[in-house]
Ligand binder design. Structure first.
Ligand code: SF4
Length: 285
């Protein structure tokens, strides 16, 4: 990318460090309850059809909102209205993707950024799940043992982009819903947290400063995906734990400035003062 330099050695240092820290459950990574892998509504069995349905409907809405809040609301919704997660019941109950009652029951209840979009996805994904996978997401989750193909199948559903699709894939593998090969060919589900951390740790540097002047970290997501994947593959480290670690550091560390417990604090410009006030201000976003 023009005006941006990449430090691949630094990327490998960060990847190795967060991978080890996640394995040893250090600092911010001690408690992993917030991960999507650990979201199970009360009374639902792990790897059950209900568990699969819960993930299938909730994960595409995990963007533009605080994940922990979404998960808490989603688990409560599942317990209060389990039929909202039953494909045939949804098609019988609601008149279509624009039904106001569905908007209220899903997007509004979950507090998503775009409730109407949530309802549209909820309904249209249901239709597709019924038509192509016999109303059982586990059939989707086992539709290919090739990670790249499985991700493509997942991304065929509404709301599943590079981030949410990769996040679901990560959860499916971690939970044992899916066994796949060629994971090293799939890009990490990088979000703005990872992009910021890449600048904070010096993996990326802009020619006009340590961080993008306009604060737009989103546009660096593709390059961060590529650099982190390359580092993982070079080190022969699965990106699954690296992604989990970066997600936890971003959401539990950077977002609330809990840098004292961060396993990469000594690599981070935000704590050393290098980069100055600009980085500190961006941390509060
Ligand atoms: S800003 Fe703080 S929590 Fe985020 S990577 Fe740097 S040291 Fe870690």
């Amino acid at each position: 990318m023009n005006g941006t330099s990449v430090d691949r050695l630094r990327a490998r240092t960060v990847v190795r460090r967060v991978s080890e820290a996640f394995r040893n459950r250090e600092g911010l990574l001690t408690n992993v309850d917030d991960l999507v892998e650990n979201q199970l509504p009360s009374g639902v069995g792990k790897r059950s059809r209900e568990h699969a349905l819960f993930l299938f409907y909730v994960v595409p809405n995990d963007h533009g909102v605080k994940s922990s809040r979404l998960y808490t609301r989603a688990k409560a919704l599942f317990c209060a209205r389990p039929l909202l997660f039953e494909p045939l019941e949804i098609l019988g109950e609601f008149n279509g993707p624009d039904d106001d009652r569905l908007v209220e029951a899903t997007g509004v209840a979950l507090g998503t950024r775009y409730p109407k979009e949530t309802a549209k996805g909820w309904y249209r994904n249901t239709v597709r799940l019924v038509d192509e996978y016999d109303a059982d997401p586990r059939r989707l989750f086992t539709s290919s043992s090739d990670a790249t193909v499985l991700l493509r199948h997942i991304q065929g559903f509404r709301g599943y982009g590079p981030k949410t699709g990769g996040m679901l894939l990560r959860a499916l593998v971690g939970l044992g819903f899916a066994a796949v090969n060629r994971l090293g060919q799939v890009a990490l589900p990088v979000d703005i947290h990872d992009s910021r951390i890449s600048f904070f740790t010096g993996i990326l540097t802009c020619s006009d400063g340590d961080a993008p002047e306009d604060g737009d970290y989103y546009r660096f997501v593709p390059v961060v995906q590529q650099v982190l994947l390359e580092a993982c593959n070079t080190l022969r480290i699965s990106w699954l734990d690296v992604d989990r670690a970066l997600w936890l550091i971003g959401s539990k560390g950077c977002a609330v400035r809990d840098c004292g417990r961060c396993p990469i604090a000594d690599l981070c410009r935000a704590t050393s003062g290098f980069g100055g006030a600009g980085i500190q201000e961006q941390l509060s976003l």
